[in-house]
Design a protein. Structure first.
Length: 585
C-alpha cells in the first residue's frame, strides 16, 4: 500500500482513503437494533473508490491517485433476509445482513502497473501526453505540448490559430490505444459513480436484472448482481451511434412510471453540442429530444426531470478551448477554467420530454454551481417548473476533494458547503426559446451553509412530485471533514435534524420507502421509511451499515463489519427489492 506524505497530521479519515481489500465471499454482519421487516429480500448496492495506488511492475515507485474522484472503483452489496439471520425461525426472525465487495478495475490497474503511468482519461490524474502521442506528434500538437502554459495559465491567451490547428489535428489523428496488445476486458475501465439495478432503457437481453454503473464520461459497466464481477463495458453509442460524445451525466433521470431514462451527451470541440435524449423502457429506442449548440461546454454531473420536461442546468465549470486539455492532459480538472467569473450566468435549458417541441425555453441566474440536483416537478396551477438542488457559491469544490485534503485536513481547510435551493421557471409565457435573451429564473427558497447538504436523497415515492424533506451528508463544522454526519432538511421551515456521532464518516443516505404507506405519495406518509447509510466508525476502526429513522434522525439498527474491515463510503447507491426492481430514483 502506498505511503501518502502530507505536511499535516493525519485525520481519522486516513483509514478510509486507503487501498481496501475485497470481501469476495459474503460475510454475516453483526446486528444491533432491528432493521424494518420490509427490507427482507432487499439488496443495497454501493459504488465508489476502493483503492488509490498501484505499484509498478518493472520500476520502482507506484502510481498514487491525487483526487478522490480518481480512486479505483469498488462495488458493495448488502443482502437483507430473515432466512440469513442466525435467529431465523420459520421466516419470522429478525433481519440479518450479508455483505460482499469487489473491485471492478483489476485489468485497468494491471495495465498501469505494466506501463508505469495512467493511460486513461481521468478526473484529475495527470496523463503524460508524450506517452500517448509518441515521440513525433503532429506539429500543431507539438506546439501545444511545448507551450503547456496556454492550457494551464488563466493569464495567457494562446493564438487562436494554434489552438484551432491543434484541435483539428486531434480530430484527424486520434491518439492510439496506450496498450493495443491488451484484449478487450470490461475491467479495463474505471466506472463507478452511480449504480442502478436497471438496464438503460429496459432489461438486458440475457437477464431480467441488470446492475449497471455509470460515470461522467461516456462509459457504462454491467456487473454480476451477486458476485459484482464486471461482465461488459460499453458506451451510450451502443444504443444510438449519435451518442458518441465524450461526456455525459453520471446521474441519469428515470421516470418510475414509464421506465424511460433521460440524459445528455456532450461532444467536445470547437462546436460543442449537448444532445439531450431519452431511451425507452422497452426496445432500447433512443429519441433525440434536443441538440443544444452555442451553450458553454461545461462539466455537468446531473440534470432535472419533470413529467413534461428535461431541464439541463449549465453551471460554470467551463472546458477551456472546447475541451482541448482533456485530450492533451488526460483529465477533466486541468481542462477546466479555474478562475471563477461572477458575471457568467448559470443557464437552464428546458426541453420538451415528449420529443415533439425540442428546446422550449432558456433561463438564466446569477453565477453559481451545482453537483447534485434533488428533484423537480410541474406546478399545474401556474405552469411553472419547480427545481430543487444543492447550490454552491462557486466551483472551488472540484479542487477541494484532493486526497491530501481529505486525509489530513490542512489547518486552512474550509469545506465548500452546498445548501438547498429552490427555483421556479415560468415556462408558460409568450416568449419562445429562440426569440430573445434567456428569461430570469426566480429563486423562491434558499437554505444556509449551517444546514449544508450534499449527496441528496428524497423519499423515492415523491420523485417528479412535490416533497418537503431532503436527506444528505452534512458537516457540523465547515473546517472539519465534509461528511461526518447525516441531515434531514425541512424545505418548508428551513429547519433540520442531524445525526452526527463522534468520529463517524457517513455515506449517502438512501431512503427506502415503507410499502405499507400505499402506492401513492402523500405529505402524511413522506416520512414513512428508513435511511440506509454506509459509514466508517473510527471508534471501532470498522465500517457499518446503519438504519436511521427519518422521523427522529436516530439510529434504529446497525450491521457492523468485523474489526479492521473498512469500506470507503463511496459515492452513490441504490436499493432493489426481491423482484430486482429499483426502488431508488
Amino acid at each position: 500500500m502506498g505511503q501518502y506524505p502530507s505536511t499535516q497530521q493525519p485525520h481519522y479519515s486516513l483509514a478510509v482513503f486507503q487501498n481496501q481489500p475485497d470481501v469476495l465471499t459474503p460475510i454475516d454482519l453483526t446486528i444491533t437494533g432491528t432493521f424494518p421487516s420490509y427490507l427482507d429480500e432487499g439488496l443495497l448496492y454501493r459504488t465508489g473508490p476502493g483503492s488509490f495506488s498501484v505499484p509498478f511492475d518493472n520500476a520502482e515507485g507506484e502510481l498514487v491517485v491525487n483526487h478522490w474522484f480518481d480512486g479505483f472503483t469498488q462495488n458493495h452489496r448488502f443482502e437483507f433476509s430473515c432466512r440469513r439471520s442466525p435467529y431465523h425461525d420459520g421466516g419470522k426472525g429478525p433481519i440479518g445482513v450479508k455483505y460482499n465487495s469487489r473491485h471492478s478495475t483489476d485489468a485497468h490497474k494491471a495495465r498501469i502497473a505494466r506501463l508505469g503511468y495512467e493511460p486513461s482519461t481521468g478526473f484529475a490524474q495527470t496523463r503524460p501526453p508524450r506517452k500517448i502521442f509518441g515521440p513525433n506528434p503532429p506539429p500543431a500538437v507539438e506546439y501545444v505540448l511545448q507551450n503547456t502554459t496556454i492550457l494551464q495559465d488563466p493569464d495567457v491567451s494562446p493564438p487562436p490559430s494554434a489552438l484551432l490547428a491543434a484541435a483539428q489535428q486531434l480530430a484527424q489523428n486520434r491518439p492510439p490505444p496506450a496498450d493495443p496488445a491488451l484484449p478487450a476486458n470490461p475491467e479495463e475501465y474505471n466506472v463507478g459513480v452511480t449504480i442502478q439495478p436497471k438496464w438503460p432503457g429496459g432489461d438486458a437481453s440475457d437477464s431480467d436484472f441488470a446492475l449497471v454503473t455509470r460515470t461522467d464520461s461516456n462509459k457504462l459497466q454491467r456487473l454480476d448482481p451477486v458476485t459484482l464481477e464486471p461482465l461488459e463495458s460499453f458506451t451510450w453509442a451502443r444504443f444510438d451511434s449519435r451518442l458518441n460524445g465524450q461526456v455525459t451525466a453520471s446521474h441519469s433521470q428515470i421516470d418510475p412510471e414509464t421506465g424511460e431514462e433521460f440524459n445528455f451527451n456532450l461532444e467536445l470541440g470547437a462546436n460543442a453540442t449537448y444532445k439531450v435524449f431519452k431511451i425507452s423502457d422497452k426496445g432500447n429506442k433512443v429519441t433525440m429530444l434536443a441538440e443544444i449548440a452555442g451553450a458553454p461546454p461545461c462539466y455537468l454531473h446531473s440534470l432535472f426531470l419533470t413529467k413534461k420536461y428535461v431541464i439541463l442546468g449549465v453551471w460554470q465549470a467551463v472546458y477551456k478551448y472546447g475541451g482541448l486539455g482533456v485530450a492533451l492532459q488526460g483529465n477533466i480538472v486541468d481542462s477546466l477554467e479555474k478562475r471563477w467569473n461572477p458575471n457568467l450566468p448559470s443557464l437552464f435549458y428546458v426541453v420538451d420530454r415528449s420529443g415533439k417541441n425540442g428546446l422550449v425555453k432558456t433561463f438564466k441566474a446569477p453565477a453559481h454551481y451545482c453537483f447534485h440536483t434533488i428533484g423537480a416537478w410541474d406546478d399545474e396551477s401556474t405552469g411553472d417548473v419547480v427545481l430543487n438542488y444543492c447550490k454552491l457559491d462557486d466551483h472551488n469544490v472540484i479542487w477541494k476533494f484532493s486526497l491530501d485534503n481529505l486525509r489530513s485536513l490542512p489547518q486552512d481547510f474550509t469545506h465548500e458547503a452546498a445548501y438547498f435551493a429552490q427555483a421556479r421557471l415560468p415556462v408558460v409565457s409568450n416568449t419562445s426559446a429562440t426569440s430573445g435573451p434567456p428569461t430570469d429564473l426566480v429563486f423562491t427558497a434558499e437554505g444556509s451553509k449551517l444546514n449544508n447538504i450534499e449527496l441528496p436523497q428524497i423519499n423515492p415515492g415523491h420523485h417528479l412530485k412535490p416533497f418537503r424533506y431532503v436527506y444528505g451528508i452534512h458537516s457540523t463544522n465547515l473546517t472539519e471533514m465534509p461528511f461526518h454526519g447525516l441531515i434531514r432538511y425541512d424545505t418548508v421551515t428551513n429547519r433540520s435534524l442531524v445525526w452526527a456521532p463522534q468520529n463517524i464518516i457517513a455515506g449517502e443516505p438512501l431512503f427506502v420507502r415503507d410499502p405499507s404507506s400505499g402506492p401513492e405519495a402523500s405529505p402524511e406518509t413522506e416520512l414513512n421509511g428508513v435511511l440506509l447509510s454506509m459509514v466508517y466508525d473510527a471508534n471501532v476502526n470498522a465500517s457499518a451499515l446503519v438504519a436511521i429513522d427519518p422521523n427522529t434522525m436516530t439510529q434504529v439498527a446497525r450491521a457492523s463489519m468485523p474489526y479492521g474491515v473498512i469500506a470507503d463510503m463511496g459515492f452513490h447507491g441504490a436499493f432493489a427489492n426481491e423482484f430486482y426492481q429499483s426502488l431508488q430514483s
